[in-house]
Design a protein around this ligand. Structure first.
Ligand code: FMN
Length: 350
């Protein structure tokens, strides 16, 4: 354990208390703690570094969107050992999101259900923070969404691409949240083409690469269409996947809550979707595997199935902030065990 890391110690001591708090309050405390303990450079593993979409990633493990919705603590996230931080989803205007409670721990299932609904302080507030860290090293992706009551949602995404491009190492276009009614229809072929054309134009010729985040709840025909469009538009990566609206067998009292399910019960579905996208793209578009990853073995399986990078969120709720360092050490060991000296060699090698 990282004995120099006060945050880890504080977490271990306070975890029982933390879990008795309402989940959203606990999340607020986690963000506040990260503002106080900004972390330190994590040990680096040369074998874990790779270049994806023209970006140098120090390691393939990122923190997924939704934890730092307002871009308050990207550098502290990197300080926990994550190779990249994805902030957001951020929308043009501030919005309150759905009524509380809207975030539920399903401890018996190592899962989370959320129906936050893009609660965030809006683009203006995020830009002030991102401006203040401009020039700092570290891969910080900005995940963008549309306001719930936007008259023209595609215009919202284009506006976000234009506003955020100067601050983003990559832009993640999130058309897969289940908590904004109608949003996922933007994954349909015609809408997606129009959306990406608008975003690519708004991002500008020197702008950051565009990543597209998709839902796990897609049919074969959707997957093939999205893969074709991703190749056609030269997207930097596909992020596979967001939370699921499906409900595998769950044991927790909150199993019946509506919203997106994440964590352990999503793992099999997210891995299957990654394989589907690997097949549909023929490896022509880098993939980011996300959903239910909680261990080095999970991350390694996702990479072997075709992910160039991986992300997690729910597992940090249960495992605490030490998860990134533990997972990276484990991943470096698994690579050594299997005889790989670079992540890129292992991608899709299953
Ligand atoms: C509370 C919560 C909020 C989330 N908010 C967002 C979001 O704003 N934008 C987004 O693209 N994904 C969001 N996600 C989805 C995660 O980024 C991730 O795709 C999903 O949780 C699956 O990964 P996991 O099983 O490791 O949590 C959210 C997830 C959770 C649990």
């Amino acid at each position: 354990m990282e004995d120099y890391e006060p945050l880890m110690t504080v977490y271990t001591l306070l975890k029982p208390l933390f879990f008795r708090l309402d989940a959203e309050r606990a999340h607020g405390i986690a963000i506040a703690a990260l503002r106080l303990f900004p972390g330190r450079p994590a040990p680096s593993y040369p074998t874990l570094a790779s270049r994806v979409a023209g970006i140098e990633f120090p390691s393939p493990l990122g923190l997924a969107a939704g934890f730092d919705k307002n871009a308050e603590v990207p550098d502290a996230i990197l300080g926990l050992g994550f190779g990249f931080a994805e902030v957001g989803s951020i929308t043009p205007l501030p919005q309150a999101g759905n009524p509380k409670p809207r975030l539920f721990r399903l401890a018996e299932d190592a899962a989370v259900i959320n129906r936050m609904g893009f609660n965030n302080a809006g683009a203006g507030a995020a830009v002030l923070r991102l401006k203040a860290r401009a020039g700092k090293p570290g891969v910080v992706g900005i995940n963008v969404g549309a306001n719930k009551d936007a008259a023209d949602r595609i215009a919202d995404y284009a506006a976000m691409a234009r506003i955020m491009a100067p601050y983003a190492t990559y832009l993640a276009v999130n058309v897969s949240s289940p908590n904004t009614p109608g949003l996922r229809a933007l994954q349909d072929e015609g809408a997606l083409t129009a959306l990406l054309d608008a975003v690519i134009a708004a991002r500008g010729p020197q702008g950051p690469p565009i990543f597209l985040k998709v839902a796990p709840d897609l049919e074969r025909a959707d997957i093939d269409a999205i893969a074709r469009i991703a190749i056609d538009k030269a997207l930097g990566a596909l992020i596979v996947a967001n939370t699921t609206i499906s409900r595998p067998a769950l044991r927790s009292a909150h199993a019946g809550e509506s919203g997106g399910l994440s964590g352990a019960p999503l793992k099999g579905l997210a891995l299957q979707r990654l394989r589907d996208f690997r097949q549909a793209t023929g490896g022509a578009v880098p993939l980011i595997g996300v959903g239910g990853i909680a261990s080095a073995e999970d991350a390694w399986a996702r990479i072997r199935a075709g992910a160039s990078l991986v992300q997690l969120y729910s597992a940090m709720v249960y495992e605490g902030p030490g998860i990134a360092r533990r997972l990276l050490a484990g991943l470096a060991e698994l690579m050594r065990r299997d005889g790989f000296s670079a992540i890129a060699e292992a991608v899709g090698s299953e």
